[in-house]
Ligand binder design. Structure first.
Ligand code: SAM
Length: 265
């Protein structure tokens, strides 16, 4: 017998809920609805109290009579919606890294460095409420910014943040994946090897080919990793108009390279 469809209960937004206030593709703001809160934009302001009781998919108007749509927050909304103190791992790269790593709800992963926490937000989303990200950085200020960004995204409870030079090792074992976005990942390969489960992957993100080469050569020299691959992703967005659909003229020409490998005994 076909199971009965699940009933979905649509309750309105309340204080403490998160919502993406979308005016246009350059103006999207993730808001945690709070008493007395005001979202200020160059298209006018929105009082949080006016969001209470609205549902995802509804719209409101700003003080300058601009229409704004209320959407369910997605990881990509945080790309411009977080405080940035470092370069971040772009969504196209984060998505492929998470896919390559085989992250599922319940995965336990190590990440270093945490930086602004954008990759951490992506990881914390996909590991679910039963997973854990152990995130390390050598810079206390970066960790504080990442903590605020994770709190804003409502994901802090899935993340442990620690001040540590990851090259010196860490007391963790049996992890499902390691993610590095570091200047010298080749100096932290032993740490990755020691924390990973046998057969599990490491994903390294670096902006230059010189770093790719040093990382892969160090993996070969150290041993303990197989199935080594290097990837670069180019993403083109399209503009759609009647009889005028074509790629956008401008695109992000370079972000970083992804090195993938898997631990062996
Ligand atoms: C490019 S940022 C990471 C950005 C992050 N992936 C994101 O998406 O927001 C690199 C970070 O690595 C940290 N870092 C550099 N060397 C480190 C080390 N040996 N151990 C831990 N963190 C380190 C830096 O302080 C910096 O915050």
């Amino acid at each position: 017998m076909t199971p009965a469809p699940k009933m979905i209960c649509m309750a309105g937004l309340g204080y403490g809920d998160r919502v993406t206030v979308y005016i246009d593709s350059k103006r999207r703001f993730v808001v945690r609805v709070s008493p007395g809160g005001i979202l200020g934009t160059d298209k006018g302001y929105v009082k949080h109290e006016d969001l209470v009781g609205k549902e995802y998919g509804d719209s409101i108007v700003t003080s300058q009579k601009c229409r704004a749509y209320l959407l369910k927050p997605l990881p990509i909304d945080y790309q411009h919606g977080i405080d940035r103190v470092t370069q971040i791992v772009y969504p196209k790269d984060a998505a492929f890294m998470i896919y390559l790593a085989g992250i599922t709800p319940g995965s336990h992963v190590l990440e270093a460095g945490v930086g602004s926490g954008f990759l951490t937000i992506s990881l914390a989303t996909f590991i679910g409420s039963t997973g854990k990200v152990y995130g390390f950085d050598i810079n206390q200020h970066h960790l504080e910014v990442a903590r605020r960004n994770l709190e804003k995204a409502g994901l802090l409870d899935r993340v442990y943040l620690g001040l540590r030079d990851i090259r010196k090792g860490v007391k963790l074992v049996g992890l499902d994946a390691v993610f590095y976005d570091l200047p010298d990942p080749w100096n932290a390969l032993k740490t990755a090897y020691n924390v990973l489960k046998n057969g599990s992957p490491i994903l390294v993100y670096v902006p230059t080919v010189n770093q790719v080469e040093r990382t892969v050569l160090a993996m070969r020299e150290l041993g303990g990793f197989v199935d080594i691959h290097v990837y670069e992703l180019l993403l083109r967005e399209y503009e759609v108009g009647k009889d005028a659909t074509r790629p956008r003229t401008a695109m992000i020409g370079h972000t970083g390279y992804i090195v993938f490998a898997r631990k062996i005994k």
